[in-house]
Design a protein around this ligand. Structure first.
Ligand SMILES: CC(=O)SCCNC(=O)CCNC(=O)[C@H](O)C(C)(C)COP(=O)(O)OP(=O)(O)OC[C@H]1O[C@@H](n2cnc3c(N)ncnc32)[C@H](O)[C@@H]1OP(=O)(O)O
Ligand SMILES: O=CC(=O)O
Ligand SMILES: [Mg+2]
Length: 723
């Protein structure tokens, strides 16, 4: 390790900062290390103190539940939470004052994609997911039923293609209806007297709202694309009569390009496995590449070698003969880790690990300076010279105030104007949900989003009330009183604090990446509930979810919801407990389901360093699993174990049985080591056992401490075997 000032920095991180991060950032090495050292020594103790407060509160809550029955003492419970400072007094009303926010966040409603940043191939794909092919998204997913000859198959199926085209034309009728006739009948598009003319054989029509036509490429008589805009979002009709699809389309349309992921979260957190300097430098290097615009990835698809790089802007002509540029990339937002974790990348004088959240904020902001300092004319991430950082897993307003102090200090250290660093607050811990207005107040000059991370929030719900009694089944949580109230309360607080027009009110992840038909049916609900954005797991999901924002005008919905704001604290504090006596079969089914997802995820995390995986559940539905879903499964099993719904022996038997199934699911991976070959020696299997058997005692029920320790153990063991 390299000693600078009062810090010891791992050589790998040190070289990255010195050789790649500092050059071109207008920050000098001496000042950086001295400032970082000071910042760490002043803020790390505060960070630790906040974590101690979390633990003290949890201990008090545990004690309360061991001596009282919650359902008979609901009023006393609320009073108790106030007494211990868990439920904070309300403050005076206020409005947020964040300035210099890019349109993608402040003014437009649209999908938000999330991607693990350590995977460059996916990260570049995500940045480019600003635009996506509707034809591909429909053809390749279950949105179009696989029946009556419209199955996908191995070669292009024209019958399926027809259904795709039909779907797309109907969509055009919804968003840009014609004065007469329908896009279903269109045989051509041309521009005449500054208007879009839709030809229909010998007839022709114009748009009901001609101003939705925004530009084109190619020639006015034979355009190669038509740019349309609805609810602020763009759609491009692509025309090419020589293309295999365009050739058989009467109007020569080969695709609809949909403006899709307006913003993307580059994740350092729930979806990433980064346990040491080696892993973390990769995370930082990719973020730097994205900020500089230079990130590239080379990979093989079948026998083809593919080079992937970031898209540039898209150019159109307006009818006035001017050039119109549209951004080709998603607005990039980085998610740092929370206040809990520490990292072995930097040690203090006592050889204690430094809080990783502090390091993340400093380094991700330093790297983002490369975007802020770009010469005029270069493509920038933020047109408003802002840096967008999401802070996850904060508990209550004091922790948000701490994040604000950290952001102030980082701005000073890096020579950034006050409030350059914007914050997105994940509303995913119970103490934040019930004090959300106070939390927003702490960052009122820099907040750009609140987002319901309902997955972590469910894990925290179970953990906080672990001793209160057995919780309902995992899949029933989505319909429970607390969760419904929490979702509504998040929107209420966003509206109350004046987020619309400045910041996003965000909704959570669609965690079934292959179930797009169901997503199309349900996720529109996020907009109807007032969300100006919602998370999607893939570019395809972004393109499909984008259609919802054409169908619902979120701004209008939010105005209506402003009339319905109410205090929902009582409902949020309704614990998801049950006296239901489940049959042994139901109990086993629940355990099997939780264990399968948990093992399928953990084995790839611990032994392959993959932080986000698609894992089949017991009904064979591929689920997006990350640290937050793991938190739910492990806390759920720990809860049932604690309350005697199942026994330790049953848990272990279940884990062993499900491990064999997970092993089979990974059969085609030559690098996979079956857990069932030796349960005692499988570090992944042992990690899974620990997550459940020791789940009750994990800080806030988080999975990170065990995952990190076990992954490091695996890396060391593997390195020893190799040498
Ligand atoms: C609780 C929370 O915090 S939620 C936030 C954390 N969760 C996430 O970030 C989810 C991100 N999503 C993912 O990691 C992945 O979609 C998974 C793990 C769920 C599924 O991954 P896979 O099984 O590889 O997906 P699948 O095989 O269907 O698709 C792979 C293709 O889609 C692309 N893709 C999939 N997900 C993403 C993504 N999030 N961003 C960009 N591209 C993506 C890949 O680049 C790949 O395309 P390519 O071959 O051209 O590179
Ligand atoms: O981070 C998102 C969540 O749901 O947790
Ligand atoms: Mg989360």
């Amino acid at each position: 390790m390299i000693k600078r000032n009062r810090l010891k920095i791992s050589n790998e991180l040190y070289r990255f900062i010195e050789d790649e991060a500092l050059p071109g950032s207008e920050v000098l090495s001496d000042g950086f290390w001295e400032g970082l050292s000071q910042l760490v020594y002043e803020l790390a103790p505060k960070n630790r103190e906040l974590l101690t407060i979390r633990e003290q509160m949890q201990t008090k809550i545990n004690e309360w539940h061991t001596t009282r029955n919650w359902s008979d003492n609901r009023t006393q419970y609320e009073t108790f939470l106030k007494e211990i400072g868990y439920l904070e007094p309300k403050g005076m009303p206020f409005q947020i004052e964040t300035a210099n926010v890019d349109d993608e966040i402040a003014n437009l409603a649209g999908p938000q994609l999330v991607v693990p940043v350590n995977n460059a191939r996916y990260a570049i794909n995500a940045a480019n997911a600003r635009w996506g092919s509707l034809y591909d998204a429909l053809y390749g997913t279950d949105v179009i039923d696989e029946q009556n000859g419209a199955e996908r198959g191995t070669t292009y199926n024209p019958l399926r293609g027809q259904q795709v085209i039909l779907y797309a034309r109907k969509f055009l009728d919804q968003i840009v209806p014609l004065e007469k006739g329908s896009h279903l009948q269109s045989t051509g598009y041309r521009i005449e007297q500054n208007q879009l003319i839709v030809e229909m054989g010998n007839e022709q029509s114009i748009l009901k709202e001609p101003s939705k036509f925004k530009g084109f490429t190619g020639d006015v008589t034979m355009p190669s694309s038509i740019l349309l805009q609805n609810n602020g979002l763009h759609v491009e009709i692509q025309i090419d009569r020589h293309h295999p699809i365009g050739k058989v389309d009467l109007a020569g349309v080969k695709d609809l390009m949909i403006e899709s992921a307006l913003s993307t979260i580059l994740d350092f957190e729930d979806s990433v496995a980064a346990v040491d300097a080696e892993d973390k430098v990769l995370v930082y290097r990719n973020w730097l590449g994205l900020m500089k615009g230079t990130l590239k990835a080379t990979f093989k698809k079948g026998s083809r070698e593919i080079q992937r790089e970031l898209n540039t802007d898209r150019t159109y002509k307006t009818t006035a003969g001017e050039e119109r540029l549209l951004r080709g990339r998603s607005l990039l937002i980085v998610r740092n880790v929370g206040h809990l974790m520490t990292s072995n990348m930097i040690l203090d004088e006592k050889n204690e690990e430094v809080p990783e959240g502090i390091i993340d904020t400093v380094i991700s902001s330093l790297l983002a300076k490369h975007d802020l300092l770009k010469a005029p004319g270069c493509l920038r991430n933020s047109e408003q010279s802002s840096v967008y950082i999401v802070k996850p897993k904060m508990h209550g307003s004091a922790e948000v105030a701490f994040a604000n102090e950290l952001f102030n200090r980082v701005e000073d250290l890096l020579g950034l104007k006050r409030y350059t660093l914007k914050i997105g607050v994940m509303d995913e811990e119970r103490r934040t949900s019930i004090n959300l207005e106070n939390c927003i107040r702490q960052v009122k000059n820099r907040i750009v989003f609140i987002n319901t991370g309902f997955l972590d929030r469910t894990g925290d719900e179970i953990h906080t009330s672990m001793l209160a009694g057995p919780v309902i089944r995992k899949n029933d949580m989505k319909h429970s009183c607390w969760l419904q109230a929490y979702e509504k309360s998040n929107v209420d607080n966003g509206l109350l604090c004046g987020l619309p027009g400045v910041a996003q009110i965000g909704k959570g992840m669609w965690a079934m990446p292959d179930r797009m038909k169901e997503m199309m049916e349900l996720k529109i609900g996020h907009l109807e509930a007032g969300g100006s954005t919602a998370w999607v797991p893939s570019p395809t999901a972004a393109t499909l979810h984008a259609l919802h924002y054409h169908q619902v005008n979120v701004s209008n919905v939010q105005k209506e919801l402003e009339q319905k704001i109410q205090d929902r604290t009582g409902d949020i504090l309704t614990l998801p407990l049950t006296n239901e006596g489940w049959s042994p079969q139901i109990i086993q089914q629940e355990l099997d389901n939780n264990a399968q997802g948990l093992l399928g995820y953990v084995v790839r995390w611990v032994e392959h360093g993959v932080g986000c995986s698609k894992v089949p559940d017991i009904h064979d539905v591929g689920l997006m699993e990350d640290r937050a879903t793991l938190r739910i499964s492990s806390q759920h099993m720990a809860n049932w174990l604690h309350h005697g719904i199942c026994t330790k022996e049953q848990v272990l038997e279940t884990l062993k049985r499900m491990a064999k199934i997970v092993d089979e699911q990974n059969d085609d991976d030559p690098l996979y080591h079956p857990m069932s070959a030796n349960f005692e020696e499988s570090i992944a299997f042992q990690a899974a056992c620990e997550l459940i058997l020791k789940g009750k005692d994990q800080p806030s029920g988080y999975t990170e401490p065990i995952l990190h320790r076990r992954r490091l153990q695996y890396k060391i063991q593997n390195a020893a075997k190799k040498s």
